[in-house]
Design a protein around this ligand. Sequence first.
Ligand code: SF4
Length: 334
Amino acid sequence: MSGMRPTGRLHLGHYFGALINWIDFQSKYESYFSIVDWHALTTKQNTREVKANIWEIALDWLAVGIDPEQSTIYVQSAIPEIAELHLLFSMITPQGWVEREPTLKDMVKMLAANEAEAHEKATYGLFGYPILMTADILTFKGELVPVGKDQESHLEFARDVARKFNNTYGVSYFPEPKPEFTATPLLKGVDGLKMGKSYNNDIKIADTAADTEKKVKQMITDRTRIAKSDPGHTDICEVPWPMYKVFADQDLQATVKQECENAEIGCVQCKIRLAGIINEKFAPFRERREQLAKDPDNVFKLLQHGNIKARKVAKQTLHDVREIMGMVNWESLK
Ligand code: SF4
């Protein structure tokens, strides 16, 4: 099980850091991929963009090959049972566990410039985000969550809550979700900082070939190389070389290294070639995305199909949870 917040069109970092692994997962496991729109509200006051962003993210997922026949693709807010499980988990989760979450501290820091602002912006919903994430996974009894090595701690919380539920009610109902470590190369944005929409330094899956080339040309290279006749240094080339390592095969990497270090190629020319490789890789996705965008009803139908599939599983989980807790299953009463 995995999910993404709908914050806008996805970039190359999302593709190589997550989607490429999801495509592999869907052929091996029963997979659930969620557009987690409630999570977008934890840090966002402008809720009007969320609907449009769900559309954009769905197009990106489908375009790159997340397949609604192989996996279940759904929108979090279409599954009210997740909210109910979040509430029930919040009754057994000690407040101290939530406050200890390192990701939460980072999110508050990003939101607020000072303590007074943090007091205002760190909402009850934001503090509940680790519990909501746990409900996302356990509503579908998720056993494996694809994560990079650096995100391992995210899952510890979910494991603790699953264990607490099982111990509290004397059952072994929820699995303790494990991380499935995936390769997540850290892609830098054109300015050499971490690639991100908010930094305005990203190359999007949906960008045109011309936009991509324009952005690639802005990439920071070897800052010590002044003239084309100066030998370059791939080890300190900030963005194009790490990108070559992701996009190019071994032979091309060897060629680039040799041409760079022997001053046989200038950085401009080198970046134009890189843009060509990126565009070649993403051209089929961009074409498919354009086709999908022409038929919005079909895209929403695909999402709705996933919502129905996911809800069926979620209803069963919540039915079981209410039984285990000794609550009333009102729908079952005649
Ligand atoms: Fe980087 Fe290519 Fe310039 Fe070498 S030639 S510094 S690899 S952009």
